[in-house]
Design a protein. Structure first.
Length: 565
């Protein structure tokens, strides 16, 4: 099974690196239970078990964060994505994962020059009037340089790190296999949905590595705020954009932590809080397309209390149905309607293993704890944390798009309170909720939804004869099949096969003992050490078989029971 699961020999070296890091940070039991140790030993690879758990004095979240950093760019990105899943992980994990390094050692420009010129289809000096070879920022996937075009435009050039795609693809293959093994070997992790997390992460990081996607998102956001002079989005220079290079306007402003510079520039922090909140809420509740990582590094404060949003590598999308659910949840909380609030949570998670009555009781307690409290005293961050804790208690998980949404809302609340201690996000949200509810029940909107449902109903009725004909034809030909997903059946088959092998060796060993005992009673024939040679050889073979059987069973049970260090 393991050979089939981890049979990509081209990734063997990377698998050894991953196993070594896990052992170093005290996850040797996981290496054993996943079968990685035996697989690598069969391939002639050695793991340094003597260094196991040398970091065991750290708390578990810290060990995980350090391990992800040592594993490299792909795993750092995975940790950053998991840091957005406030519905799956408790606050201490979220706090630790948010510490994952964003800045890394830059690549010397000469190592980038050949790739950059291939993407630009011209020498760097031909495309740019000026180009600063010292990067102004470096991250796990790309680094950024300042430059000036021949028309005088000041720009930034974002360049993907050479060879990063090969490393990421290898890591994604291993992550997929390891996630499947985790679901087999650690049933307690099923609530975290490892395979689905890896699948979503693969889609996310592949999109992020293709800078054309980021540039399209930037242009889309610029179109949204085209009529808003308070929001600035950098202009994309499409003549120089490719999968590995992005060129956009350079925007000079102040980061949120530069308090002295902001004060010296005469900016009004209360006004900045309102402008930023209105912009993010408009993205979420009105447009359904939002910046999923609006931290201090991706926001710049400009003169006249304007705000620039940069770096749209990670964006979130909300369908109309999802936005309606969000409005319904917020409205149900305001109206103390625990039943409808619980229904929204169930719709989000899609779980069928929940006790609705118990969920409604807990939801009512949650809503009641905030009833009558002054809005200024309510922290959205704490409120969302308590809501996600409630969901974890009921084994409910958020869809990935809502995980990004919750992160954006927490960042919004933090940005607002940083600029204005009296910032009240609920007062900022109220006009958008009222507008959303008004638009939902306008006659035109009702007519549009009604017509859409009628069209879908007619499509279903029109397709029904054809679908029924195909079903009957398949039944008549005997080709009608039913697919039943039994995810642990292959693993069970492997266990049965192993047990059968042990049984076979046991039977052969027993036969050798019985046969050798009979030979020992028969006189004549060759002897060895004064005993019948064939009988003695039979006993030796039986001893070897018995020893192999005992060692195999001990390794299997002992390896699964606890780590071998």
């Amino acid at each position: 099974m393991l050979t089939e699961t981890l049979g990509a020999i081209r990734d063997l070296g990377r698998l050894q690196e991953i196993a070594s890091v896990l052992i170093r940070y005290g996850f040797g039991e996981m290496v054993n239970r996943l079968g990685i140790r035996s697989f690598l030993e069969k391939a002639g690879k050695t793991l340094h078990w003597k260094y196991a758990e040398q970091q065991a004095q750290m708390e578990l979240p810290q060990r995980v964060r350090r391990a992800l950093e040592d594993l490299g760019p792909t795993f750092i990105k995975l940790g950053q994505i998991m840091g957005t899943r406030v519905d799956l992980l408790p606050p201490e994990w979220i706090d630790e994962l948010e510490k994952l390094q964003r800045r890394v050692v830059p690549v010397p420009f000469e190592q980038l020059r050949e790739q950059l010129q291939a993407d630009l289809k011209a020498p760097v000096e031909t495309v740019f009037a000026e180009f600063d070879t010292q990067p102004i920022a470096a991250a796990s996937i790309a680094q950024v340089h300042r430059a000036r075009l021949h028309d005088g435009a000041q720009v930034i050039v974002k360049i993907r790190r050479p060879g990063i795609q090969r490393v990421v693809e290898a890591d994604l293959r291993l992550m997929d296999r390891l996630a499947k093994l985790l679901e087999f070997e650690f049933p307690e992790l099923s609530n975290f949905h490892p395979t689905e997390v890896v699948r979503q992460f693969g889609l996310s990081i592949r999109r992020e590595m293709n800078f054309i996607n980021e540039c399209r998102s930037t242009d889309r956001m610029a179109a949204i705020f085209l009529d808003d002079p308070m929001i600035v989005i950098p202009r994309i220079h499409w003549d120089y954009v490719s999968e590995r290079v992005a060129v956009q306007d350079y925007i000079e402003g102040f980061a949120g932590l530069e308090e002295t510079a902001i004060k010296a520039a005469g900016l009004d922090r209360r006004a900045l809080a309102k402008v930023g909140a209105d912009a993010v809420l408009r993205m979420i509740l009105r447009e359904g397309f939002f910046h999923a990582d609006p931290h201090d590094g991706n926001l710049l404060y400009l003169p006249d209390n304007r705000i620039a949003f940069i770096d749209f590598g990670m964006v979130g999308r909300l369908s109309e149905a999802r936005r309606n659910q969000l409005v319904d949840l917020l409205y149900a909380i305001v109206e103390r309607d625990a039943v409808n609030a619980a229904e929204v949570l169930l719709d989000w998670s899609g779980s069928s293993h929940v006790e609705p009555d118990r969920l409604i009781v807990d939801m009512d307690t949650f809503i009641d704890s905030y009833y009558g409290a002054p809005l200024k005293q309510i922290s959205l961050t704490i409120m969302l944390s308590e809501l996600t804790q409630l969901m974890r208690q009921h084994d409910l998980a958020l869809p990935p798009d809502l995980g990004l949404l919750f992160r954006a809302l927490v960042a919004l609340d933090g940005m607002g309170r940083q600029n204005d201690p009296d910032f009240d996000i609920f007062s900022q949200t109220a006009p958008f909720l009222e507008q959303a509810l008004k638009e939902r029940y306008e006659p035109e909107a009702l007519a549009r939804r009604g017509w859409r449902n009628v069209v879908q109903l007619f499509d279903i009725v029109a397709d029904m004869p054809g679908e029924l004909r195909r079903l009957l034809r398949a039944a008549h030909k005997g080709t009608l099949t039913f697919n039943i997903d039994m995810s642990r059946l292959d693993h069970f088959g492997w266990q049965v096969e192993t047990a059968a092998s042990w049984l076979t060796v046991g039977l052969v060993t027993a036969a050798l003992i019985v046969g050798s005992s009979i030979v020992m009673t028969v006189g004549g024939g060759p002897t060895l050490f004064g005993l019948p040679a064939f009988g003695l050889l039979g006993y030796i073979g039986a001893a070897v078989g018995a020893l192999w059987l005992v060692v195999s069973i001990w390794k299997s049970t002992h390896g699964r029971g606890r780590g071998q260090y």
